[in-house]
Design a protein around this ligand. Structure first.
Ligand SMILES: Nc1ncnc2c1ncn2[C@@H]1O[C@H](COP(=O)(O)OP(=O)(O)OP(=O)(O)O)[C@@H](O)[C@H]1O
Length: 358
């Protein structure tokens, strides 16, 4: 595959603030992204992801802070460059294709605007369509294509002018689950092949973790944690982040001399428990990988659900007293009847403790 773009640009965002009336939607955002890296902005609805992307695109003017692309200030210090001067490609949720133009016409448009000659345009459009798996679709009408194909056209249009930064705003959210997974993996591969820097807005952590080198977890207009996917999974910084990323069961608990007393009444006492810090209240994260169906006495519960996935069973086990029970998730190799009693072995090294006092 021949790259359509050579290399991406760096992005620096410093102290970015956006307000709408009295509502502070971005609250001092700082981000540094190296050339060619893919950043996912991940967070619940209304946390400010799209607002941040719009500020980066030049679609909205922030009230404070600075944005630089490849070291050149595009917003802040009295400067505000419009979108067409920022060297970006954009892909939106609703495809935003022009229905009266052919697929080729849609993809060609950014080149026409730039005054690229007809012959060069034809070869670059054909190449961009090849890259997104739509070779030979140039003369079709967008309305005759499936949702997934239309989004591929939008992607071809975004990359055809060889932008050094690509911006994505929930590009897969209108597609069904299988197609989302396929296209997500393909976009990830394409971005790496192109070497383009990308910022990808999503509320879906599977998408973010599949695509991105770095994930910024946002909430309430702030970045709660920004790290590589592995670091977020293994070292979530707060109980909030662990909960949003669905990293496992999160229980309020009391740290004791011997381990933890969970809110559901269960006492977790174990060999490595002593190293987790001072007694007091907090939240304990119990990821699926910390649990194994076994023979131990530490934790006992009842199987309440099982779902087959990829050669194993995602199993839910209820522990604790009725009325305040805690549901734990783990993977098992065998199918178990609902309501079967099960003993769980705990890998203490995989538990994460978030003391309230911290
Ligand atoms: N132009 C605007 N005028 C007033 N309020 C706005 C404007 N744009 C965004 N907001 C508000 O800013 C907040 C953040 O919106 P934003 O679209 O950035 O969130 P988001 O994280 O992208 O959410 P979603 O995933 O639902 O798109 C919301 O409360 C929204 O109502």
């Amino acid at each position: 595959m021949h790259p359509t773009s050579t290399a991406g640009a760096s992005i620096e965002i410093e102290g970015l603030v956006q307000r709408f009336a009295a509502n502070t939607v971005l609250d001092h955002i700082d981000i540094r992204l190296e050339p060619g890296r893919v950043l996912a902005l991940l967070g619940p609805s209304g946390c400010g992801k799209t607002t941040l992307l719009k500020a980066l695109a030049g679609l909205d003017r922030p009230v404070a802070g600075r944005i630089a692309i490849d070291g050149v200030t595009v917003s802040g210090d009295g400067v505000f460059l419009p979108p067409e001067k920022r060297g970006l490609g954009m892909v939106f949720q609703d495809y935003a294709l022009w229905p009266h133009m052919t697929v080729g016409g849609n993809v060609s448009f950014p080149l026409e605007v730039r005054g690229v000659d007809r012959r060069e345009r034809a070869s670059r459009v054909a190449h961009a369509l090849e890259l997104v798996g739509l070779g030979g679709f140039g003369s079709r009408q967008p309305g005759s294509l499936s949702g997934g194909q239309q989004q591929r056209v939008a992607l071809a249009r975004a990359i055809v002018a060889r932008p050094r930064v690509l911006l994505f705003d929930e590009p897969l959210s209108n597609l069904d689950r299988d197609l989302r997974e396929t296209l997500c993996a393909e976009i990830g591969r394409l971005l790496r092949d192109l070497g383009t820097t990308a910022v990808y807005v999503t509320h879906d952590h599977e998408e973010a973790f599949t695509l991105a080198d770095t994930v910024a977890v946002m909430r309430g207009g702030r970045i709660r944690q920004m790290a590589a996917p592995d670091a977020l999974i293994h070292e979530p910084g707060t109980a909030d982040v662990a909960e949003f990323l669905k990293l496992g069961a999160l229980s309020r608990a009391e740290r004791t001399e011997r381990g933890w007393r969970l809110d559901c009444g269960v006492e977790l006492v174990g060999p490595a428990a002593g190293s987790a810090g001072a007694p007091g209240p907090g939240h304990l994260l119990i990821p699926p990988a910390a649990l194994r169906a076994g023979t131990g006495e530490t934790l006992r519960g009842l199987v309440i659900a099982q779902r087959y996935r990829g050669g194993q069973y995602a199993t839910t086990v209820r522990v604790g007293a009725a009325g305040q029970a805690l549901e734990l998730a783990l993977l098992t190799d065998v199918r178990m009847p609902i309501q079967q009693a099960v003993a769980l072995d705990v890998d203490w090294s995989r538990l994460r403790w978030f003391p309230l006092a911290a």
